[in-house]
Design a protein around this ligand. Structure first.
Ligand code: HEC
Ligand code: HEC
Length: 452
């Protein structure tokens, strides 16, 4: 088997074929968004990568005792979720954590488990799980490695770094890799198209801001009406006809994603402070982030790299050649913008719940967002999303700065708790628009942000 084939098979072990074994039936009375939620949480779009026993065998690789999955399945599922940074599913999921699901191969012969969108797009905060909260705990590298080991696959090469820290994930490079294996008519290529594109690991955006956006993804180069672009993770080695067959499902899923609303801040808010903060926000922030409330308007503004000053690698990692290739394929129901500008200023709805901040998750709290000189260059990610680790003053995760070098003997899963902004793509610089505020003004703006 040539190198490219080996790599391709490796990738296909986790992003595979359409099974079409969905048990979801949608009645006519349902809205597209309701159908979309049922499909997203109930249907398996890709066949299994691992057998069901891999789920319970994974504990053999943890290096510590685990609850007995036969005696206490719930305790085992919780320990599994904590190991890899997953969360309880807020919908029926066969006892599996959100982000894993039971799956059957297209021919119905192989049964097992697979990841789904919620492995990255399902999170929790303060003990409540949300479909659409970016997963700020995920360690996809360790999840894949230990499920593969449990399956008896010693080494499955992945041609790029998935994550060096918990909560960031290189989803963009996964999509680029899959698309580079396709011709414009979606037939599979023997050798990948060379696009030169190279993306870093990223924080996962909340789905509840999508409904406001005219353009999407961090660089804002894709029309938000595009539903096919959401199918990149259901691509596997499906034929064009197979992709066309599931496109209506993905239209419904897109309608659902755009219907999700942000959860409300659960702690008390000082109304006077928040009111002062709103005025400061109007002066300093609205031109990029828009206004909120019933008559709110969001400008979908893409800010040039030299103005925003945040890590450029996500934006510059997309090459003209990649855009040309993307635009030549079936996925481009709307053509991606050929011009590189920078990063889109996101809507700030529910921003209290989406720490860490920036597209690369380099900033642990809103306070640090608005005072760039105090951002910790290296810090520990919280051990869980319990409110014990939440800072309601600075708003975000309590971030313990780390100065000592990492002991090289630290096991990789433990080392993943360290976020190091000196790594590729993870710079915590830029977005200095809050620096000129006084400390009191800054706290007023933060109080207002809690209300969004
Ligand atoms: C491996 C993790 C991962 C998986 C799996 C994943 N996503 Fe994403 N998703 C991301 C990341 C990271 C981004 C930000 C990408 C960027 O803008 O560069 C993103 C962005 C998006 C966006 C754009 C959001 C915005 O506001 O601009 C949509 C929509 C989306 N994903 C839908 C899906 C759907 C539907 C699935 C399942 C078919 C899925 N994703 C699977 C990680 C993932
Ligand atoms: C010139 C445009 C601009 C101005 C002015 C601006 N921002 Fe931003 N903001 C952005 C962009 C662009 C991003 C995304 C940058 C990135 O991820 O690299 C961002 C990101 C953020 C984020 C992180 C969102 C997340 O989910 O990670 C917060 C919070 C934020 N801004 C708050 C503010 C506040 C508060 C102000 C006013 C004090 C402000 N911004 C002023 C453009 C702006």
């Amino acid at each position: 088997m040539c190198h490219h084939m080996a790599t391709r098979v490796a990738i296909f072990t986790w992003i595979v074929v359409l099974t079409g074994n969905g048990t979801v039936t949608a009645g006519d009375s349902e809205t597209a968004a309701e159908r979309g939620r049922a499909l997203l949480t109930g249907k398996s779009f890709i066949g299994p990568s691992w057998s069901e026993s891999a789920f319970t065998k994974a504990r053999e690789f943890w290096g510590h005792d685990a609850p007995d999955p036969a005696q206490s399945p719930e305790a085992y599922a919780a320990a599994f979720a904590s190991r890899y940074g997953l969360h309880p599913a807020p919908y029926p999921n066969d006892g599996l954590p959100m982000g894993l699901r039971k799956a059957t191969s297209a021919d119905g012969k192989r049964k097992g488990i697979q990841i789904d969108c919620m492995v990255c797009h399902g999170g929790s905060i303060g003990g409540t799980s949300y479909v659409g909260l970016g997963n700020s705990q995920l360690d996809l590298t360790t999840l894949f490695r230990e499920l593969n080991l449990a399956e008896g696959r010693a080494f499955v090469p992945i041609p790029f770094t998935l994550n060096t820290s918990r909560g960031t994930v290189n989803a963009g490079q996964m999509s680029i890799f899959l698309l580079s294996l396709r011709n414009p008519d979606m037939t599979l290529r023997a050798f990948p198209v060379s696009t030169g594109a190279s993306l870093p690991e990223l924080d996962v955006p909340a789905w509840w801001i999508l409904g406001k956006k005219r353009t999407k993804y961090y660089d804002g180069r894709t029309d938000a009406r595009s539903a096919r672009s959401n199918m990149q993770f259901a691509m596997g080695d499906q034929t064009l006809d197979q992709l066309k067959a599931i496109e209506p499902d993905f239209r419904d899923i897109d309608a659902y994603l755009k219907s999700i609303k942000a959860p409300k801040y659960p702690f008390p808010v000082d109304a006077d402070k928040a009111h002062r903060g709103e005025q400061l926000f109007a002066k300093n922030c609205v031109r990029c982030h828009g206004t909120y409330g019933p008559n709110g308007s969001y400008p979908s503004k893409i800010v040039p790299l030299d103005v925003i000053g945040t890590d450029p690698r996500r934006a510059t990692g997309i090459t003209d050649r990649f855009i040309a290739h993307y635009n030549s394929t079936w996925f481009a129901d709307y053509k991606a913008d050929e011009t590189l500008v920078g990063y889109q200023a996101p809507p700030l709805d529910g921003v209290w719940a989406t720490a860490p901040y920036l597209h690369n998750g380099s900033v642990p709290t809103l306070y640090h967002m608005l005072k760039s000189s105090e951002r910790p260059p290296r810090y520990r990610r919280p051990p869980s999303t319990s409110f014990d680790h939440y800072d309601p003053v600075k708003v975000g995760w309590k971030a313990e700065p780390v100065t000592a070098p990492l002991d090289p003997k630290t096991p990789q899963p433990e080392a993943m708790f360290l976020f190091d902004s000196s790594r590729r793509g993870l710079s915590n610089k830029g977005h200095t628009f809050g620096d000129k505020l006084s400390d009191e003004e800054r706290m007023d703006v933060i109080e207002y942000l809690k209300t969004l």
